[in-house]
Structure formats: C-alpha cells, structure tokens
Write a protein that binds this ligand. Structure first.
Ligand SMILES: [Zn+2]
Length: 67
C-alpha cells in the first residue's frame, strides 16, 4: 500500500517536470493550449494537463472535466 502511494507521487512529479522542459513555446512543437478548443494561457484560460492512454494532453477549465 505504501509503495503504491509513492509510485503515484512520482508520477505527478514527472508530469511537473515535463512542463519545466518547455521554457520557450516558440522553440517547442507543443503549445500550452487546450487540446479540444485550442484556447491557451494567452487567451486568459487556465490550462491543466491530463494523462491519456495516448499521452499527455492539455485542457482548459471548461474541457478538463469533460474528457
Ligand atoms: Zn477547451
């Protein structure tokens, strides 16, 4: 049980590190914008990452709960 908890925490930390690896959006293919509607931080939306079977996708506050 304790090992399972630690594994979950490490997964979260890895997600955070992925964000830190994107210092300049212009130099990266990945943009911080909603996977569904394309709204991003520059549009005033709060973007959150969610891990999907196909990988990590970003969603705005509106679409994050829907996925
Ligand atoms: Zn959206």
């Amino acid at each position: 049980m304790i090992l399972d908890m630690q594994g979950a925490n490490q997964s979260v930390i890895q997600d955070m590190q992925i964000f830190k690896k994107i210092p300049d959006p212009k130099s990266s293919v990945s943009k911080v914008e909603c996977y569904v509607c394309g709204k991003g931080l520059t549009d005033g939306y709060c973007i959150s990452a969610k891990t999907l079977p196909s990988g990590i996708a970003l969603f705005c506050d509106t679409h994050y709960p829907l996925q």
